[in-house]
Design a protein. Structure first.
Length: 419
């Protein structure tokens, strides 16, 4: 539920205007203890009316997120479910699980994956080798596309009689487009629709969706609003903001959009940043221990074989400088005493070693993503890099998971804690 002040902030309109809309019956609300409360569904319906849409569309990205921050700094230090065999209290399902970065971090926070879905063979092998080895009971693994009816029904039938605290996933977002004033989904966006359907049928307490930063500006903000409205239609109140992984101890300036929602009318907490630009973890913090380590393919520390010419050129490359003038973001030497830029899924990313004349190994890139050193990636080096670059940094996932657990355990509802 939203207050009048929150509606005003989210639409960048005056409180007076919102109050007038409530008084005129244009914006539906309920009154409790002399305060007005607006459901997310009523809010989205009102925001879609011509008069309101006209005023908000041009200002879509000027509005501030409604974010409820919670301090999880102590829990980040004290809880690490990855060290010992996981025996956690909170059940979760990881859709589009990839190699397991999200599951790894959520396990650190206190969640147990009871089911997951993934289609990339190398990622499936990695997930089973690492995540499953930490669990006393193995999660139900769907190694098929969940847009396949049989695969989706398999997942739903397995989990339907279990108390699910969280369903999490990062869906592809390329398939949104406009038809007149209406957003339509094309075939590329099937996975978004399937996740929405799975959530609607399994009714988890909370949902977590992770996506690229660009989703917020897609179709002038309409995609983000559609997602919020779609989930409001099945009973979930969503809060969304952009988080930077470096704020939570990841030595990387990776930004991701995080949607958190629940159907219990509780407050959706996001983790309050722990670090800042003055004390961010650096590339040095992450990979210095590998400096004198010989090549070891068993732990993904596999070197790239460069030509003599490339090696000589890399020796003279300065921090922040690219090997190729026309590609400022390719073959770029990272800074030793700063966080890395976003780790990408191939060697075209920002990943020339800051001290040595070579690109970084998969093990070093995994460290920049905050994966534990004993998290081993399966498949060829090419597919290891794909898995690492596509993963959610475990420490970011851990911070988000801790915030969600705080939300789960809070007894008060939104109506009681807004004022």
């Amino acid at each position: 539920m939203l207050s009048i002040d929150e509606v005003a902030r989210e639409t960048n309109m005056s409180v007076k205007f919102v109050r007038r809309e409530v008084a005129n019956g244009n914006l539906q609300s309920t009154k409790k203890h002399s305060k007005y409360h607006i459901s997310r569904l009523d809010f989205e319906s009102w925001r879609g009316t011509p008069q309101v849409a006209k005023n908000t569309k041009a200002k879509a990205r000027q509005t501030k997120d409604i974010v409820h921050w919670i301090d999880i700094a102590k829990q980040m230090q004290n809880i690490n479910g990855w060290v010992n065999q996981c025996d956690n209290s909170y059940n979760m399902i990881d859709l589009f699980s990839g190699a397991g970065g999200l599951s790894c971090g959520l396990m650190m926070a206190g969640f147990t994956p009871i089911a997951c879905a993934e289609i990339l063979d190398s990622a499936i092998s990695t997930y089973k080798h690492n995540i499953c080895s930490k669990l006393g009971t193995k999660p139900h693994f769907i190694a098929r596309d969940i847009s396949d009816l049989g695969a989706k029904n398999d997942l739903i039938n397995y989990a339907k009689n279990t108390h699910i605290h969280l369903i999490a996933g990062g869906f592809p977002c390329q398939g949104f487009s406009m038809a007149g004033n209406r957003i339509v989904d094309d075939k590329r966006n099937t996975l978004y629709v399937e996740m929405l359907d799975i959530v609607g049928r399994l009714q988890p307490d909370f949902i977590l969706m992770e996506n690229v930063e660009g989703i917020r500006s897609m179709l002038n903000g309409e995609v983000e609003r559609k997602i919020i409205k779609d989930y409001a239609n099945i009973g979930y109140e969503i809060n969304v903001t952009t988080l930077c992984a470096a704020d939570y101890g990841v030595p990387q300036l990776r930004k991701r959009v995080i949607f958190i929602g629940n159907r219990a009318h509780k407050r959706n907490y996001h983790p309050k940043p722990i670090f800042n630009k003055h004390n961010y973890k650096t590339v040095k913090n992450a990979i210095e221990r590998f400096l004198h380590l010989d090549e070891n393919k068993a732990i993904n520390h596999e070197f790239t074989k460069h030509s003599k010419d490339i090696i000589e050129r890399l020796k003279n490359l300065k921090e922040g400088q690219s090997l190729y003038e026309n590609y400022s973001d390719a073959w770029k030497r990272v800074y030793w005493d700063k966080p890395s830029s976003t780790v990408k899924e191939n060697h075209g990313g920002v990943n020339v070693h800051p001290l040595l004349p070579r690109v970084m190994t998969p093990r070093e890139l995994a460290a920049l993503q905050s994966f534990p050193d004993d998290f081993i990636f399966k498949g060829s080096k090419k597919w290891q890099l794909v898995q690492i670059g596509n993963a959610v940094p475990p420490l970011l996932a851990k911070a988000i998971g801790l915030a969600i657990i705080e939300s789960i355990n809070k007894k008060e509802c939104v109506n009681e804690c807004l004022f």
